[in-house]
Design a protein around this ligand. Structure first.
Ligand code: 5RP
Length: 226
């Protein structure tokens, strides 16, 4: 049953995905309010004796994992069994991410995992993607990338910081252009085009990366497998 996109739905999705984590696993820890529930749940299980290592995708995920007692490792030291991450919009196995400006490290960690479990509330599910695509850019390339985005009929906006003058600065020291393309009919093609633009570090289109979608709904969880 479709729900209201509430925090309770986020928690249901996170609970569902967190049960896939078993003793001995290395787990990618995504960023955002939905994944935060999963990190807290895993922290509870670590306290009860679960033996796992986490690889965080952002400063926020690292801070929370440390707070709840999940031992950490890195991509240089470990391979990933599973990653749990959120999304801003999902259409089947295609995701839009980057609402928290963490999509570059998220894509690195998520695609390195044997299994990627995406956790979302029901408000994120859509027939087709039509939200803006977050694009992390090198600061020096923000104008050349913006021009290239306009050339392919996109409308870029430099993401502004809150409680700081000027733009958002990512964990990697870069800027984010939120780019409107209307309804995205061919996400694979857009992803490929964006990946060739000099100065783009990473974009928030995740095409066919997800293995499972855990959707928190009003009274339960729906799991889709790809
Ligand atoms: C961060 C992300 C997040 O996963 C995405 O924004 C979803 O966040 P939330 O669970 O808070 O809605 O991509 O860059």
């Amino acid at each position: 049953m479709k729900g209201d996109g509430s925090d309770a739905e986020k928690k249901r999705a996170a609970e569902s995905a967190a049960t896939a984590v078993e003793d001995g696993m290395t787990v990618g820890l995504g960023t955002g309010s939905t994944t935060a529930h999963a990190i807290r749940l895993l922290g509870d299980r670590v306290e009860q004796g679960l033996d796992i290592r986490g690889i965080p995708t952002s400063f926020q995920a690292r801070e929370l994992a440390v707070e709840v007692g999940i031992p950490l490792t890195s991509l240089a030291e470990s391979t990933l069994d599973v990653a749990i991450d959120g999304a801003d919009q999902v259409a089947g196995s295609v995701l839009l991410k980057g609402g928290g400006a963490a999509h570059t490290r998220e894509k690195i960690v998520d695609t390195a995992a044997d299994r990627l479990l995406i956790v979302v509330d029901s408000s994120k599910v859509s027939e087709r993607l039509d939200k803006t695509v977050p694009i992390e850019v090198l600061p020096a390339a923000r104008t050349t990338v913006a021009t290239r985005i306009e050339d392919i009929d996109g409308d870029p906006t430099l993401r502004a910081a809150t409680r700081k003058d000027g733009p958002v600065v990512t964990d990697n020291g870069n800027f984010v252009l939120d780019c409107a393309f209307g309804t995205i009919d061919d996400p694979q093609n857009l992803s490929t085009v964006l990946s060739t633009v000099p100065g783009i570090v990473e974009h928030g289109l995740f095409v066919d990366c997800a293995d499972e979608l855990h959707i928190g709904e009003a009274t339960g969880v729906r799991v889709e497998q790809f």
